[in-house]
Ligand binder design. Structure first.
Ligand code: DGY
Length: 320
């Protein structure tokens, strides 16, 4: 079968750059309308698909794989793949591609923005102004400096170290905790510490781990009890790494002075969720990679992963 005869289906709207790349090379079935592909259509597509371009908006598990007997590859337009049952894919001999690398700077920028917001209350200041309370700004209290403070980065991969670099530009000292110590940590100006030490020594904490059984719920009641009083807390990894209720209580009591979250549990976070009743939190809707340039690069890598896998070539990034 020629490459052009291979059928590539998409679970949601995809970027024009990916369509351009794929349309002459393969048989592309993409859903360019809002929302999910209608179920009857989706069932037919799965039956015939050689490759799935996952917009990350579906659960990919045994049930889906059963419906897709020809599937050879799933390429997801994200670095995270916690919506994919990797073991089930392995059992069905289905390769998985993702997009690490290209989103590092965009995600690190959002983390840094939230870090500054936890120190200075930028969003809170905006809401205050918008409520006509400029003249009463003293009621907002004072922020704290980043300069001279200790940032603890949990998960020191490419994104964690890009966040560290930004924090160092603000004069912060960076410590980190990771599954394994980074060999080049001295060159990165960061100091490896134990989990306990990170909790006890950090003035700010940024979470940049991947979600897996060992990181799920790692920020629980015990972790929040062990942190320094008045820590500022940022999560740009996955909502499930944090016990939402424990964070709520830590923010309410002031143990955590402020939090900035780009990811939550649940997602989407309902507008009337208890967390959003707190004055000391900023929540953005999982938008860390959402820039024009980054989303184009993620789409292109996803499309390239598909063509590579269908041609029997190594993917640009494969989940092993
Ligand atoms: C990812 O790629 O996993 C990010 O969470 C998307 O913003």
């Amino acid at each position: 079968m020629s490459l052009k005869e291979k059928i590539v289906i998409c679970s949601g709207k995809i970027r024009p750059v990916a369509i351009e790349y794929l349309q002459d090379k393969v048989t592309l079935k993409s859903w360019q309308q809002r929302g999910r592909v209608p179920e009857p259509q989706w069932t037919v597509w799965l039956q015939e698909a050689d490759a799935l371009y996952s917009a990350g908006n579906i659960r990919i598990d045994e049930a889906l794989l059963q419906k897709a007997p020809k599937l050879q590859v799933i390429a997801q337009a994200s670095v995270g793949y916690d919506n994919i049952d990797v073991e089930a894919c392995r059992a069905h001999n289905v390769k998985i591609g993702n997009t690490p690398g290209v989103l590092v700077n965009a995600v690190a920028d959002i983390a840094y923005g939230l870090l500054i917001d936890t120190a200075r209350g930028i969003v809170r200041g905006h809401l205050h102004t918008k409520s006509g309370l400029w003249g009463e700004r003293k009621a907002m209290g004072l922020g704290v400096d980043l300069y001279g403070k200790t940032l603890g980065v949990v998960g020191f991969g490419d994104i964690g170290s890009a966040i560290a670099k930004r924090a160092q530009a603000s004069g912060m000292r960076v410590i980190y905790h990771n599954r394994h110590r980074r060999l080049n940590d001295a060159a990165l100006g960061a100091v490896y510490v134990s989990w306990e030490e990170l909790l006890q020594s950090s003035d700010f904490i940024v979470v940049a781990v991947t979600l897996n059984p060992s990181t799920q719920g790692m920020f629980n009641e015990a972790a929040f009890a062990a942190i320094k009083d008045g820590v500022r807390f940022v999560n740009i990894s996955r909502g499930k790494v944090v016990d939402t209720e424990a964070l709520y209580h830590a923010l309410k009591s002031g143990k955590v002075a402020a939090a900035g979250l780009d990811v939550t549990e649940p997602e989407p976070l309902p507008g009337d969720h208890l967390l959003l009743t707190l004055p000391n939190i900023t929540v953005t809707p999982h938008m860390a990679s959402a820039t024009e340039e980054t989303r184009d690069e993620m789409a292109l890598v996803t499309a390239q992963n598909i063509v590579a896998a269908l041609s029997g070539q190594p993917m640009l990034a494969q989940v092993k």
